[in-house]
Design a protein around this ligand. Structure first.
Ligand code: C2E
Ligand code: MG
Ligand code: MG
Ligand code: MG
Length: 279
């Protein structure tokens, strides 16, 4: 239609927008059913010491095992779950399931769980975590909750209260995707994170660009100065791991070190690596 022609509003509703809206509504309805019917599953990705590959823990990554569409990745449904508020019950399910699946793991292996800003803002997160720890028997110090900077932007004082409440339980809190936001440094000053996860965008150019190396080196120095563990995300190659080690980064997560896998597979991996190597 020509611009400026007096078109009734209803006709401005482009068919592709209508289709997109319909898909969103469909997805929302499916999401509610999925929560009720238990179509979600956690996959666990190893975190390892870079020097010798020793297992340090795993991060829980949410998967939707959709009846017709197969395994749906979180980026395809978490934004909608957040918009509809469904992330609160879904996030509580993640916390309960993650603690239950890892409570029996041996040693000091950590379980990482991602949080959404909406969960941080909603009432009752600290209580949900405390109840999940009590029900599963997972010691609090083995649970690590991951937050991103975007969560802290709008909710400064409230977020600080909740993060403090979680740490008071003995749980540790990591700042995820570090370095991708606008005010990462301000947040390091305001919150006492236990761990920093360097976003994988830095890893991509680590070998090619000396400036990236300087930035990663500075992040590591800051982490040390503030008494935080620093983990590199998205380690895909031996070269990246070696470069990280040379810079003093001791921990990593990424395809080189292990893909996300179902809990039974993670358990088998833990058992295999704990067993003494065959002579
Ligand atoms: P994240 O917490 O930063 O998780 C790391 C993401 O990077 C995961 O994607 C993981 O599969 C992927 N990854 C790991 N190693 C590599 C690598 O070497 N190369 C590349 N290219 N990618 C790698 P995934 O599972 O698709 O999750 C995406 C994001 O969804 C997560 O980013 C997290 O922000 C969010 N998410 C996942 N599970 C949950 C959850 O239970 N609750 C909430 N609120 N968010 C979640
Ligand atoms: Mg994470
Ligand atoms: Mg991340
Ligand atoms: Mg992320």
């Amino acid at each position: 239609a020509a611009r400026g022609s007096p078109t009734p509003a209803i006709l401005c509703f482009a068919p592709e927008r209508e289709a997109a809206l319909r898909r969103t509504l469909e997805l929302e309805a499916e999401l509610r059913i999925a929560i009720a019917e238990g179509q979600f599953q956690l996959h666990w990705q190893p975190q390892r010491r870079l020097s010798d590959g020793e297992l340090l823990g795993f991060e829980a990554l949410l998967r939707w095992n959709h009846p017709t569409r197969g395994m749906v990745p979180p980026d395809a449904f978490i934004p909608l779950a957040e918009k509809t508020g469904l992330i609160v019950p879904l996030g509580a399910w993640v916390i309960r399931t993650a603690t239950a699946e890892t409570a029996g793991w041996p040693g000091a292996l950590k379980a990482g769980v991602n949080l959404s800003a909406i969960q941080l803002r909603a009432e009752g997160l600290v209580e949900t975590v405390a109840a999940a720890l009590a029900a599963s028997g997972l010691p609090a110090h083995r649970l690590e909750l991951e937050v991103t900077e975007s969560m802290l932007v709008e909710d400064g004082p409230q977020a600080a209260r909740v993060i403090g409440g979680l740490q008071a339980l003995g749980v540790s809190v990591a700042l995820d995707d570090f370095g991708t936001g606008w005010s990462s440094l301000a947040y390091l000053r305001r919150f006492a994170f236990d761990e920093l996860k360097i976003d994988r965008q830095f890893l991509r150019d680590l070998e090619a660009d000396p400036r990236v190396e300087a930035v990663v080196g500075a992040i590591l120095g800051m982490g040390r100065g503030l008494g935080m563990r620093v983990v590199a995300e998205g380690v895909e190659t031996r070269e990246q791991a070696d470069r990280l080690l040379a810079l003093g980064c001791e921990r990593g997560q990424g395809w080189l070190l292990g893909r996300p896998m179902p809990a039974e597979q993670a358990r088998a991996l833990i058992a295999a690596e704990a067993a003494p190597a065959a002579a």
